[in-house]
Design a protein around this ligand. Sequence first.
Ligand code: C2E
Ligand code: CA
Ligand code: CA
Ligand code: CA
Length: 276
Amino acid sequence: AKKHHRGHVVRFDRAVVDGARNRLDILKRLREAFDQQELFLVFQPKLSLQSGRIVGLEALLRWRTKQGEFISPADFIPLAEQSGLIIRLGEWVLRNAIEQLIALRDKGYKDVHMAVNLSVAQLQHPDILHMLTRVMGEFDVPSHFIELEITESIAMGDIVGNIATLNRIKSMGFKLAMDDFGTGFSSLNYLQQMPIDCLKIDRAFVQTSNSKSGSEIVEMIIQLSKTLGLKVVAEGVEELEQAELLKSLQCDEVQGFYFARPMPQKDLYDWLDKHQ
Ligand code: C2E
Ligand code: CA
Ligand code: CA
Ligand code: CA
């Protein structure tokens, strides 16, 4: 088990999670958790390396059971994806993240964007464009303040269909980011065809950037982003040296425990008062 700053994160034992019956148990609990409001969002700041100012937030899902245990999204998101629950859950996440964005805009943070993770299962759902239109219709906020983070797994399966959907989403004004870049299987050929605005360097590369080969990989991804005209964000920045390296390589934005942890609304407001 790993530590969460606001309590304990319970990692289900892999063998247990992999057992079909237990997966059904967790899924059943997850459905109940969703109905009983045990799920909530935390928000992690993204900062500009040049100015040190907050430029965005990533909304991340949390599950705290009535018994007070935290269950990691790494454990329950895959189940939500396999079961289809992610469709309802993802819509709920988007709506809540936009509500938070509007609250921040009311507080004067007018240039801050909100990033929301979008599963491939959501992207491939026939209702995705209607869902986005419906949710945006409920709020008075320009769609370009919302960045949807997708992973390279969209480069598998129906790539042509996925790119077409991304183009539609893009033309609705949303920003698109490629999450966990470098860990998946997308070829550079597909990357060029993706209508994305931003690459997020996976934290595995950031965390090995103290080695020569590690820093060269990070540098290469930053160069690639510039070549493609994309914004580049490093995630998982935990140390000053990593931040300094990224700054010297002209990475645009950073996100990580070194700067700020994902926080519930109240802590986020305290953090903003102190740091911004
Ligand atoms: P992700 O999208 O790559 O999110 C970044 C993860 O890195 C988050 O884990 C965040 O808490 C963690 N992180 C941030 N800074 C640091 C750091 O400095 N060091 C380390 N070691 N970790 C850091 P989290 O919140 O546990 O989320 C795990 C994954 O679950 C996410 O990875 C994302 O793939 C998925 N996820 C979370 N919320 C949602 C959601 O609302 N919808 C979807 N579809 N997926 C979600
Ligand atoms: Ca993400
Ligand atoms: Ca990521
Ligand atoms: Ca990840």
